[in-house]
Design a protein around this ligand. Structure first.
Ligand code: ZN
Length: 198
């Protein structure tokens, strides 16, 4: 038996499919939305659809952005000769919040994970190596310290080494298994400054 009318159930259903939202939270959020002024609810709905419609990958670094080339790649204040490799846009944002990094990024949008059948061709590695054909001095590998993050870092290092480009790995101040975005800014800065050449 349905306790809620169809449109309320649909809203709760959609919300409960989001990560970290259980059925209780979904009901709470649904009722919060139903009690909002109509214009606030519409701007929430259009923020979701606009973001989904217009956000794409930067053509250079593959971060998520609403422009063809993201603001970091198009800035003339950033050092294009230093590229930091991160797993996703959230990691990029974590480093940007530290505010001390002046290079650019390359966002892999994943890590290699043989158990799940994710190989080098399933993440943006080919695009990274295309960028390295340009004028690049250093690649800083800042994948997470998970098994997959470490395996990806090793794979990239092996391929870059012969090119003579300097490769470094962020320091192990970042806890093993740690998700970069959950780590505080001081730890991230230390990890960046204490990076070791491989
Ligand atoms: Zn970019």
């Amino acid at each position: 038996m349905e306790y809620y009318s169809k449109q309320i159930s649909d809203l709760i259903g959609e919300l409960s499919s989001l990560p970290g939202v259980g059925s209780k939270s979904a009901q709470r959020i649904a009722f919060h939305i139903l009690n909002m002024p109509k214009d606030r609810a519409s701007s929430l709905a259009s923020a979701i659809s606009n973001a989904r419609e217009n956000v794409k990958f930067c053509k250079t670094c593959f971060t998520l952005t609403d422009q063809d080339i993201c603001p970091i790649c198009s800035s003339n204040k950033r050092n294009k000769k230093v590229i930091m490799v991160v797993e996703d846009t959230r990691d990029l944002v974590a480093y940007e919040k530290v505010g001390k990094y002046e290079g650019v990024y390359h966002v892999l949008n994943g890590t290699m994970n043989p158990m799940q059948g994710i190989g080098p061709n399933d993440i943006r590695l080919k695009e990274l190596f295309e960028r390295l054909e340009g004028d690049v001095d250093e690649v800083i590998i800042a994948t997470n310290s998970t098994t997959e993050g470490e395996a990806t870092a090793m794979y990239i290092t092996k391929l870059i080494k012969p090119t003579g480009i300097k490769v470094s790995r962020i320091a192990s101040g970042v806890p093993v298994g740690g998700d970069l975005e959950c780590i505080d800014e001081v730890t991230l800065l230390r990890a960046l400054e204490g990076r070791k050449e491989l």
